[in-house]
Design a protein around this ligand. Structure first.
Ligand SMILES: *Cc1c(COP(=O)(O)O)cnc(C)c1O
Length: 368
């Protein structure tokens, strides 16, 4: 007996794939915490600051009574509702556990070990993780001086190992969009067997008339798919549901690589209810876009040189000063997202939080 309960000798554990040692860690946004006496705001995860709509909360509460049952594996009602709302055939839709979940399905569906995935950098930090996890090779193409995608350089980076190209518009964390004409010129250079994913997590916040009509582009290009989420504008980040609009062969592959029953029952009913409340949700998005304008104008008045943001966040290109700036925000009760010595991303939040950001920035300008 004593033998079987003894500690195993080192070096005999299960072998873990080598690729995992190359994975960058996903850094979650810091939770709100503040010095005593001041309200803290979480501006570190691009979340919607509004609480769930009462109508959405009601269906979630009702559905909670049946969580002893598995969810609808086909995600039927949500798929049908989305197909109707978007004007696309249901066979062109695939769902997943957030759009990050769908992205993992994309890479698994398209990449064998050693295949290449091209994306801009900096961009969404999940890209290197899902790529590396699948044994694929990340090919990162630096953004330009205005923090925009260099689509020409991305096209130049295509090799015969390229399987997927990720285009994040608006780009997280810089907020810039690609333009419709640029994207079309880029697509003309991409071989038809390479899948181009247009990640539109922040689509609802976009006002730039030159931004792409991704669904129109998808209709015209058999190798394009569009990735969307209920996490940001729809305010359902905690429920984990996103989707792809893809051509049928790709959509079939995404369903094959999905975690079975991955989209849970509460997420399914909440997403359906949200699609039924788009006008109410749009009012909130409009208010956030207005707040974004107020913050950006305030900061430009202070002399900040900001890149254009079309999302629900602002990018501070502070290089080596990033840590100091993030610490100044946190001392004022604002949790922000620092990206090493690249910059700091701050989510547009409640008006009081935005006011405080403008104040912290004014003080920073005065002191630097
Ligand atoms: C937040 C975000 C997503 C959405 O993630 P979910 O998994 O749907 O919550 C996708 N892409 C980008 C670029 C994001 O910033």
């Amino acid at each position: 007996m004593s033998e079987s309960t003894s500690t195993p000798s080192p070096g005999t554990g299960p072998r873990i794939r080598e690729a995992l040692s190359r994975l960058p860690a996903y850094v979650p946004g810091k939770p709100a915490s503040a010095p005593p006496g001041i309200t803290a705001y979480k501006l570190s995860s691009n979340e919607n600051p509004y609480p769930p709509l009462p109508s959405v909360l009601a269906v979630v509460q009702e559905a909670a009574g049946q969580i002893n049952r598995y969810p609808d594996m086909a995600v039927g009602e949500l798929t049908a509702t989305l197909a109707d709302a978007l004007g696309v055939p249901a066979e062109c839709l695939a769902t997943g556990t957030g759009s990050v979940g769908v992205l993992g399905q994309v890479i698994q569906a398209c990449c064998d070990p050693g295949d290449e995935v091209i994306y801009a950098w900096r961009s969404f930090e999940a890209y290197p993780i899902v790529t590396t996890l699948a044994g694929a090779v990340p090919v990162q193409v630096p953004l330009d001086a205005e923090h925009r995608h260099r689509l020409d350089a991305m096209a130049d980076a295509i090799t015969d190992r390229t399987r997927v190209i990720l285009v994040c518009t608006p780009n997280n964390p810089t907020g810039t969009v690609v333009h419709d004409d640029e994207l079309r010129a880029f697509l003309a250079r991409v071989p038809s067997d390479v899948l181009v994913v247009i990640d539109e997590a922040y689509l609802e916040f976009v006002q730039d008339a030159a931004a792409p009509d991704a669904l129109a582009i998808w209709r015209e290009h058999p190798n394009v798919m569009v990735l969307r989420t209920f996490s940001k504008a729809y305010g359902l980040a905690g429920l984990r549901v996103g989707y792809a609009v893809a051509h049928p062969d790709v959509a079939v592959a995404l369903r094959k690589t999905a975690v079975p029953f991955g989209v849970n029952s509460l997420a399914q009913v909440a997403a359906v209810a949200s699609l039924g409340a788009v006008d109410e949700l749009q009012e909130r998005v409009d208010a956030l876009v207005k707040e974004r304008g107020r913050v950006v104008d305030g900061l430009r008045d202070q002399g900040w040189d900001l890149s254009e943001t079309e999302a629900n966040f602002v990018w501070f290109d502070l290089a080596e000063q990033s840590g100091e700036f993030a610490a100044a925000c946190e001392a004022a009760g604002l949790m922000v997202r620092q990206y090493g010595s690249d910059g700091v991303r701050v989510t547009i939040g409640e008006p009081e939080a935005n006011d405080r950001l403008v104040q912290v920035c004014a003080r920073w300008r005065a002191e630097h």
